[in-house]
Design a protein around this ligand. Structure first.
Ligand code: PEP
Ligand code: MG
Length: 941
């Protein structure tokens, strides 16, 4: 018979069946696996068992428990009774259990959990006799009935909350602690009546029936809207299913020697190595997690319960060592005795992820490779996200736009319009394209869609571990919680602090880094990388991984065996400087035409275009030459020692001319008004624009075709490049110019243009009496060039994939129009999985690249290959470039750090079989040299 149910101490059995720890997690869920692992490690875990995700998936298929599952659950219950020394449903010594969801990947609060199962009218009486605490027992019972109604039978919270609020109001109570035993008892009667009214049956008195219904409800919650939305947002697969953990209840609400709390072993916001958590004395778990009651900081537990605190600190330190990661734990202290209810790798902000990874590597807990693998490219992206300008914030405080301050739950700056519920926040963000800030007293799992759609989140209640805080951190949404000075009026849709009123739709600025909230919009700026020391360390480790000589499989034809380098697309010296400071080791694309648009140059460019003769064009180009020389000089200087790829003019000439419609309007107006001064020039210009008009300019006279039609332009550009390079060489700067010819379709084009340009290069070097290395190469943007790469490589010394055009031409989608016309529909309909202009299409465009590299290197084994389309900064596309043998990727300077990490991830993921990690290599080397084992070093020698 198949095993559907595992007791907490049956971890070996589960491992044997599942095969690996990852599969155990899939079988028992992350929470379950954690409980099993803790039990094995001797951590005090309340006895219990787990029903597998496989059972859940069978149940979802058939609507029934699989054969044998329920009898296994009952048998496990009998063992649990023995271990707990209590009996399920026995009034004399009752066992109560919780029924908790838990899938392979943590989905906090997205699925159901039911506590206090096993209470009925008789058990309540028995427990009162045992505990002599009727208030506590009646409170438990009313909680169970309420949870059963809302969770198992999906009743609205309101149906219970409303009569409770009415009851409290009638008694004049403000808070729950004022409720007496009789009050809770009376409320149990009311809740039972509510239950019967809405469900049609009495609240079930059979405790096994309770357990069965609760188990089914947890299974069903896998397909609840909240859970489905969450899975969409986090890319968790739909077919994993949830396990059900049946755990003996321990009570944190048994008096002042009891309590409950949640904690992170390191700060999930900053990464600081210091326990961060909260607890409540005399309370049940959900009170802390929901953030409804303001909890106490974990440090204070030391005074309240020194023994339990010490045990807690010892256990959590052990857990962190065991899992080699920051842990998020839940615990309960029942009458002085500590129980660990859960441990899992804690969710964290990007900043914290980086700091924890680097610290743990430096502490020797994990390797540098593991540290690099733990941080995602998205983490790096969000660390470089905008922050509020410090000056602007100070100024805002001085000028009275400070609104309030709360807990800085998730860092970053958010500016947006206020909305007071998740649906409206989401609607305004998605449909009206507004930047929204969702404001709530506190958030619940069904608010997540509004949070994800918003730029920021603000709550007036709850602490750093409240739902809002945890979810915001996970998604990198700036968030301030517990700004208790703010009064939120959900009816009138306003929030106030004293006299200041903010209405729905008004702008605020939320600073998740400091916890401050301001009225209106505060300017933001991007944080500097130089100040983020841990990130710099991590990126250095990433570079070291890529620099290893054997990180890629060596193949024939010069395939590189080191990892990818990261270069940048930069047109101006200031971009090049930024690129270098972000770690780029080359310029992969300088789009020279951008410089032609500058105000003092555009008229010269237009003169050149309007000239009918070659002499006229040359005269205008002579005027442009000094400008271009200066541009390139600055680039070479900024990139001293690194290669700089300069692309010759690419766009169709009409792009440099004024707008035709506007000009026509001007001409007509002048004619109507009989204004003659300047009319002829305008008419000539209009005629020239019309001459240049093409039906498909993207496939028209551009790139190398333009160079062949009007070679004077590129001749000037090559002269400028080599004059600048020569001048720089004379100043002691090491130059490595690489001239790139765009949009090649046939090798004949290169045969025509390249020798002319090389002659100019040679002439300049001779004139200036200097020598330096240089290359001439081409972009691969046209499928024909990719297909005939072996021929193209006979002339081109390097290839750079212009994947913007290559994607456009391979799919036949206009890169300027496809997004707005049909790409979104295509993605919605599943015709395209991803936008191919963002993520490289491996099956089509990627295949062409793969072919082109292999063919190109057949002709020229040391062919240098890069990519300079937008894909050069996209992690999945970077991985492909690693796999097919690119030497480098080139992307926007801002994406360079992301690309460095993505390159290292690719290198580690695809490292050759049998390649030892550097740690092992170095360890061996050290042992050999000294004969004794010394500290493990991962430094590259
Ligand atoms: C490309 O086509 O990918 C490219 C980098 O060139 P551009 O975007 O300038 O056409
Ligand atoms: Mg292009």
């Amino acid at each position: 018979m198949k095993t559907w149910v595992y007791l907490f101490d049956e971890v070996s059995k589960a491992e044997k069946y599942a095969g690996s720890w990852d599969s155990v997690r899939a079988l028992l869920g992350g929470k379950g696996a954690g409980l099993f692992d803790m039990t094995r490690a001797g951590v005090p875990v309340p006895p219990g068992f787990t029903i597998t995700t496989e059972a859940c998936n069978k149940f979802r298929e058939t609507g029934k428990f699989p054969a044998g599952m329920w009898s296994q659950a009952i048998a496990a219950m009998k063992v649990t009774e023995k271990r707990a020394g209590k009996k399920f449903g026995d009034p004399r010594n009752p066992l109560l259990v919780s029924c908790r969801s838990g899938s392979k990947f943590s989905m906090p609060g997205m699925m159901n959990t039911i506590l206090n199962i096993g209470l009925n009218d008789k058990v309540v009486e028995g427990m009162i006799t045992l505990t002599k605490n009727p208030r506590f027992v009646w409170d438990l019972y009313r909680r169970l009935i309420e949870m059963f109604g809302t969770t198992v039978f999906n009743l609205d919270d309101e149906v219970f909350e409303h009569p409770m609020a009415e009851y409290k109001a009638k008694r004049g109570y403000k808070v729950d602690v004022e409720m007496t035993a009789d009050d809770w008892k009376a409320l149990v009667v009311t809740f039972k009546a509510v239950f019967k009214k809405h469900i049609g049956n009495d609240f079930p008195q059979d405790v096994y029936k309770q357990l069965e219904l609760a188990t089914k409800a947890v299974f069903e919650s896998w397909n609840g809207k909240r859970a489905v939305d969450y899975r969409r947002a986090t890319s968790i697969p739909d077919d994993l299913g949830t396990a059900v953990n049946i755990v003996t209840m321990v009570f944190g609400n048994m008096g002042d020697d009891s309590g409950t709390g949640v904690a992170f072993t390191r700060n999930p916001s900053t990464g600081e190595k210091k326990m961060m958590g909260e607890y409540l004395l005399n309370a049940q778990g959900e009170d802390v997690v929901a953030g409804i009651r303001n909890a106490d900081a974990i440090e204070h537990l030391k005074q309240d319960m020194p023994k339990a605190y010490k045990q807690f600190m010892d256990i959590t330190a052990k857990l962190e060592k065991h899992y080699k990661d920051m842990q998020d734990v839940e615990f309960t202290i029942e009458r002085g005795r500590l129980w660990m209810l859960q441990t899992r790798n804690g969710k964290r902000t990007a900043k914290s992820a980086v700091k924890i990874a680097v610290d743990m590597a430096q502490e020797g807990l994990i390797t540098k490779e593991q540290a690099v693998q733990r941080v995602t490219p998205d983490n790096v992206d969000s660390m470089l996200h905008p922050q509020f300008d410090l000056d602007a914030m100070e100024n805002a405080e001085k000028t009275g736009t400070f609104f309030s301050k709360g807990v800085n739950a998730s860092p970053g700056a958010a500016v947006g319009q206020v909305y007071f519920d998740a649906d409206t926040a989401e609607k305004m963000a998605r449909e009206e394209k507004q930047d929204t800030i969702m404001v709530r007293p506190f958030t619940k799992p069904d608010d997540v869609h509004g949070m994800i759609a918003s730029k920021g989140v603000l709550t007036s209640e709850g602490g750093a571990t409240s739902h809002a805080a945890v979810v915001a951190r996970q998604f990198g949404i700036p968030c301030v919680v517990g700004a208790s000075a703010i009064k939120i009026d959900l009816e009138d849709r306003v929030m106030t602090v004293g006299e200041i009123v903010v209405k729905e739709g008004e702008w605020i600025s939320v600073d998740g880094t400091t916890g401050k909230v301001f009225l209106g919009k505060i300017p933001t700026s991007s944080p500097s990388l130089e100040e983020q020391t841990e990130l710099l360390t991590l990126l250095k480790w990433a570079d070291d991984i890529c620099a290893r000589k054997d990180i890629r499989e060596a193949q024939a034809n010069g395939y590189p065996t080191r990892g990818l380098q990261v270069w940048a697309n930069a047109d101006y010296p200031k971009d090049a400087q930024r690129a270098r400071s972000y770690g780029a080791v080359g310029i992969g694309l300088c789009r020279t035409e951008h410089m032609f648009f500058e105000p003092e140059r555009l008229p010269i460019v237009q003169d050149m275009i309007l000239s009918e003769s070659s002499e006229g064009r040359t005269a205008a180009l002579d005027k442009l030459l000094p400008y271009q020389r200066k541009d390139f000089d600055g680039l070479f200087e900024a990139m001293d020692g690194y290669p700089v790829i300069i692309r010759l003019i690419d766009p169709p000439l009409h792009e440099f001319m004024p707008d035709e419609e506007k000009l026509l309007e001007e001409v007509i107006t002048m004619r109507v008004k009989h204004e003659s001064a300047g009319l002829q020039e305008k008419e000539d210009l209009l005629a020239a624009i019309r001459r240049l008009h093409e039906s498909n300019p993207m496939m028209g006279l551009r790139g190398v075709r333009l160079s062949i039609s009007m070679p004077e332009i590129v001749e000037m550009q090559v002269r400028a490049i080599f004059e600048a390079a020569a001048d720089c060489t004379n100043r002691g700067i090491k130059v490595k110019p690489e001239v790139m010819i765009p949009l090649t379709g046939t090798v004949k084009e290169l045969e025509w243009i390249q020798p002319r340009l090389i002659r100019i290069a040679a002439a300049v070097m001779q004139e200036k009496k200097v020598k330096f290395e240089y290359k001439f190469g081409t972009m691969i943007e046209i499928p024909r060039a990719a297909v005939t790469a072996a021929e193209v490589a006979a002339h081109a010394e390097f290839f750079s994939f212009g994947t913007n055009d290559l994607t456009q031409m391979t799919y036949g989608y206009s890169r300027d129009d496809a997004e707005r016309n049909f790409l979104i529909t295509y993605q919605e309909q599943g015709i395209l999985e991803k936008n191919p202009f963002q993520t490289l299409d491996r099956a089509g465009v990627g295949k062409l690249m793969d072919w082109a590299i292999a063919e190109g290197r057949k002709t020229r084994p040391n062919l240098e290959v890069g990519i300079c389309g937008e894909h050069g900064g996209d992690p999945s596309s970077i991985e492909w470039c690693h796999m097919i043998g690119n030497n480098y990727v080139s992307c926007s300077p801002f994406r360079v750090p992301i690309a460095r990490l993505a390159a290292a991830h690719s290198a580690l993921k695809h490292r050759p079989m049998g390649q030892k990690s550097m740690a092992k290599v170095n360890k061996k080397a050290t042992v050999k040299k000294t004969g004794v084992k010394t500290k493990r070093s991962t430094k590259k020698k």
